[in-house]
Structure formats: C-alpha cells, structure tokens
Ligand binder design. Structure first.
Ligand code: MN
Length: 146
C-alpha cells in the first residue's frame, strides 16, 4: 500500500541507493534522498537521467544547471521553486523544464514523499552549481495555494 509517509521501494523505477540523510553526509540536500541511475553520463548523449526519491520534507539546496534540467514527476507530491517566484506544487504526471542557469530547488512536500526523474540536459556545458540550503523556516512558510 502506498501512503503519504511510507516511501515506496519502486515508483516505476527502483528507489535506488540512499545518498543523503542520517549518517550520510551530503551537503547538497536536507533530509533523506535516494538515487537510481537510469542513464549514465556519457560523451554521446550528454544527457544523464536519474530517478530521485525524497522523504517528506527532504529537498535539495538552491542550485543551477549550466545546461538545464527536465523533471518528470513519477509519484507523490512536492515543490519546485525558482528564485524570486513562489514555490509550485508538483505531482505525478507533471513536467518541469528548468532553463540553463536558473536558480531553483526541488523536493518533497511536508506531508508526502516525492519521486521524479531528473534529466540533466547539455551536461557538456558543466556541472551543477550548488548553493545555500532552503532554511526550515522558509520551507515551512510555503503557501502552495492548496
Ligand atoms: Mn535541479
């Protein structure tokens, strides 16, 4: 049974390996996050793809992708926010196209896990630039309009 709090082992693709959370130091995330490589980075496609799953409240830091990124939401509920804009709720079936160098973050909602496929486009333009975490007080203050 899929519930809001219990993170499924698989949403279409496997949850993969835990890359952030208790006892796993990862300066790019808040909370527990799992990652499964779907398409490795290579010099032919320049377009790696990952299945990423966030526990409730987990999210990544503010960051930028020099070549852009596409998110395909496969399950759960979360947020996507660009700098200077309100956070938007994202859910299964949503597609988010993030233009190169736009400062943003993405992650789960407070009351639900989130799974998305993250496709990094044009990665030959360089690696993601990781910035500051989203503070708890700002995250908790998000009014999604729902
Ligand atoms: Mn991103």
């Amino acid at each position: 049974m899929v519930t809001a709090k219990k993170i499924p082992e698989r949403v279409i693709f496997p949850k993969g390996e835990k890359i952030a959370g208790e006892k796993i130091a990862n300066g790019h995330f808040t909370g527990s996050v799992w990652l499964h490589v779907l398409v490795p980075d290579d010099s032919t496609f320049h377009c790696p793809a990952f299945n990423v799953t966030f526990e409730p409240c987990a999210r990544n830091n503010w960051h930028k992708h020099p070549g852009g990124q596409i998110l395909l939401v496969t399950g759960g509920k979360g947020y996507y926010q660009e700098a200077g804009r309100n956070a938007q709720v994202i859910r299964e079936g949503d597609v988010v196209m993030i233009h190169p160098c736009v400062k943003h973050w993405h992650g789960a909602a407070p009351d639900h896990w989130l799974s998305h496929i993250a496709i990094s486009t044009n990665v030959q333009r360089g690696e993601a630039a990781w910035l500051e975490p989203v503070p708890d007080e700002e995250y908790r203050a998000i009014r999604s309009g729902e």
